[in-house]
Design a protein around this ligand. Structure first.
Ligand code: SAM
Length: 230
């Protein structure tokens, strides 16, 4: 099955009318940052998308409103960040943060991440972040979860040896599912040694919008960090 024939992981791509400023940023700023029109060979070697070349390259999948991505990019100006998100209102929010903070180290894939992954070259990423992916709680929808054998194989191919895959979720069943899928893949080592390792966010964690809502509603986040073997 090609990515184009996959079931969709997300619902509406646009939920609210855009404010005039957001519309202007989509028209004027996004074309400079979007990877959709970038030549295949530059995507194959994605450090070339940044000037100067970044010290580390990170992909965040499903950045939502981009709050976490923008905070990380501001904290690490010498890293490069690629954010993938098909939801137009979320992309517009990220663009506002990029514009307001003058961030120069973010590139945007404003589409389904599954269409980007095959275009990126082997062992090009230092880290992949998948933070609070849509949980798809019903059993018959589990196959829509982003963590699946095909996507894990792509993430494994894209990470450098020793590179990290960070997964966060407030849904215990998705956490168990991810541990099982990663174990079945076999190419990653789960770095946790004690419960504090999955209960405590990684250093410098700015939080995410979805996470704040989950905590307000009494759900508990879990953070899983996996290292690519080899
Ligand atoms: C529950 S939200 C979490 C957003 C954000 N990470 C946060 O924690 O606030 C999941 C996000 O993943 C995005 N998403 C779902 N499937 C995706 C895919 N295949 N590629 C990229 N993003 C996807 C959705 O549009 C949505 O914004």
């Amino acid at each position: 099955m090609t990515p184009d024939t996959h079931p969709r992981f997300f619902g509406r791509r646009k939920s609210r009318p855009l404010k005039p400023r957001q519309q202007r940023l989509l028209e004027e700023l996004l074309p400079h940052l979007s990877l959709r029109a970038v030549a295949e060979d530059a995507l194959g070697d994605p450090v070339r998308l940044f000037d100067p070349p970044p010290r580390r390259l990170v992909l965040e999948i499903g950045f939502g409103g981009g709050e976490h991505l923008a905070a990380r990019a501001a904290a690490h100006p010498d890293w490069g960040f690629i954010g993938a998100e098909p939801f137009v209102n979320g992309v517009a929010k990220l663009l506002s943060a990029i514009d307001e903070q003058g961030l120069r180290n973010i590139r945007v894939w404003d589409e389904d991440a599954r269409l980007l992954l095959p275009k990126l070259g082997d062992a090009t990423l230092d880290a992949v972040w998948l933070l609070y992916p849509d949980p798809w709680p019903k059993k018959r929808h589990h196959k829509r979860r982003f963590v699946n054998p095909e996507n894990l194989a792509q993430l494994h191919r894209l990470l450098k040896p020793g590179g990290e895959f960070l997964f966060a979720s407030d849904i215990a069943d998705y956490v168990r599912w991810t541990l099982a899928q990663v174990r079945a893949h076999g190419g990653f080592e789960w770095l946790a040694e004690r419960p504090a390792d999955w209960r405590t966010p990684p250093a410098g964690w700015p939080g995410t919008r979805y996470e704040a809502k989950a905590i307000r509603e009494g759900r508990i986040p879990t953070y899983l960090t996996f290292r690519k073997r080899g």
